[in-house]
Design a protein around this ligand. Structure first.
Ligand SMILES: [Mg+2]
Length: 262
């Protein structure tokens, strides 16, 4: 079987896929929340467990193998979660990349970007966003969360947010990202697919990329790896995906990692 070719979103037994890949030199790109770790109401409490850290360390021991942790979280957050060298860390949906030696690559100048987001916040400072609506600044994004808002996101708040961000969107600096109870603008210069491309361009030939991820932002990486990597969407529900295979949940991801290490 050629794990990089064929139809999309095919349910696959983790051990079978691991068996098909084992002979290759793998670069494993692993999304964090919802893929390596189950979701929790409080993302601050989602800390990698001993089993996971042991498995990832064992993968790094395999000659020529590499491991990248990919996330929408800030790079700084990922460094706290994985305070060991050797891993590639991809933060802020691809805008911040740290390689195995700790070298950092950013899609945009951080100070310039902070100024841009500061300007948007300034434009919104007198706007009542609504009860429970939170504006969160991240390294390369500004997010309007309304999970805690009893009335949802008021349309006036959304309009104000759009007006404040639109000039930078039109200039191609920011792009919209619609998530679950969150509207975000983030850098338009990077996504998980551009990060994977950039990292792979530096790798020796013969490395086979494998990417596991659970959400819409992982689709950019699935697309980037079409025809040259093995892609797996994680999630029980049926939805359109660019990934070749599907695992149902985080425990199937763990079974895959165990099988590929053995
Ligand atoms: Mg995820």
């Amino acid at each position: 079987m050629d794990p990089s070719q064929g139809p999309r979103g095919q349910l696959m037994a983790p051990e079978v896929l691991a068996g098909a890949l084992k002979a290759r030199r793998l670069f494993l790109f692993l999304d964090y929340d919802g893929t390596l770790m189950p979701f929790s109401g409080d993302p601050g409490r989602v800390v990698p467990d001993g089993e996971l850290l042991g498995l990832l360390a064992a993968l790094l021991q395999k000659p020529g193998w590499k491991v990248g942790i990919v996330s929408g979280r800030a790079l700084e957050d990922l460094r706290r979660l994985f305070p060991v060298s050797g891993f590639f860390l991809v933060g802020s949906h691809g805008a911040e990349i740290q390689d195995g030696q700790g070298q950092v690559l950013r899609s945009d100048d951080p100070a310039e970007f902070r100024r841009l987001l500061g300007g948007i916040r300034e434009a919104l400072k007198d706007v009542d966003l609504g009860e429970g609506v939170l504006l969160e600044e991240k390294p390369y994004a500004l997010a309007l969360h309304y999970r805690q808002a009893p009335e949802g996101l008021p349309s006036e708040s959304l309009d104000a947010f759009r007006r404040a961000c639109q000039p930078a969107v039109e200039r191609g600096i920011l792009q919209w990202l619609w998530g679950d109870q969150v509207v975000e603008v983030r850098t338009a210069r990077a996504h998980k697919g551009t990060a994977v491309d950039q990292i792979l361009a530096q790798q020796p030939p013969g490395v086979h990329p494998v990417y596991l991820g659970d959400d819409a932002t992982d689709e950019d990486a699935f697309r980037a790896l079409q025809g040259r990597g093995t892609t797996v969407r994680v999630g029980a529900e049926d939805r359109a995906t660019q990934a070749r295979y599907q695992f149902r949940n985080v425990s199937e991801v763990r079974r895959f990692l165990k099988a590929v290490v053995d």
